[in-house]
Design a protein around this ligand. Structure first.
Ligand code: HEC
Length: 159
């Protein structure tokens, strides 16, 4: 009887785990789960803690983190002298793009444009030439993604 009860519990646990995996809430790459909607957006924030725009600004400038200025002009960041022009200007991005779409661009822009040269900032597979110490880690953490978005949603060109 005892044995049966144990087997039963183990069986139930198995079913529960399978259900969770199916719902997409368990990942094997250590990243937080997220749902991509319509190949264009990730509506839900990756973390419960709201993003910190001041830290987001730092991450955008940091060459070892976002390094966004390497490719994007942001008028509000003129204090950093250099910026590239490979990507579109982000000075007015908050007027043109909702946070949900910014989130997918940061997490994995290849879903929007398979040929983009913009890096996937929250991904551990499908990256190439990753230095050993960074293998298995995304470029930005889930919280850092939310911090960058909190900054991007402040970017509106003066009208
Ligand atoms: C290596 C260059 C490169 C880097 C680094 C880069 N991007 Fe991009 N980004 C691009 C390009 C190119 C596009 C144009 C769309 C495409 O290629 O799919 C783009 C598009 C975008 C868009 C959509 C803009 C629009 O008007 O449609 C956003 C938002 C964005 N990037 C934000 C960022 C942020 C924030 C960072 C830093 C965390 C960053 N990018 C880093 C190259 C880059």
């Amino acid at each position: 009887m005892k044995k049966n009860a144990l087997a039963c519990i183990a069986g139930l646990a198995g079913v529960a785990l399978a259900a969770v995996a199916q719902a997409g809430t368990v990942r094997d790459d250590g990243l937080k789960p997220y749902e991509v909607v319509g190949d264009i957006a990730i509506p839900k924030p990756l973390t419960d803690k709201p993003g910190d725009p001041a830290n987001g600004r730092k991450l955008v400038a940091n060459r070892k983190k976002g390094n966004c200025l390497a490719c994007h002009k942001i008028e509000q960041m003129k204090d950093f002298l250099f910026h590239g022009e490979i990507g579109p200007e982000l000075t007015d991005i908050a007027s043109n793009m909702p946070a949900s779409e910014m989130r997918l661009r940061l997490v994995n822009p290849k879903i929007v444009n398979p040929d983009t040269i913009m890096p996937a900032f929250y991904r551990v597979d499908g990256l190439y030439r990753v230095m050993k110490k960074f293998q298995g880690k995304p470029i930005l953490t889930a919280q850092e993604i939310e911090d960058v978005i909190a900054f991007l949603v402040t970017l509106k060109a003066p009208k």
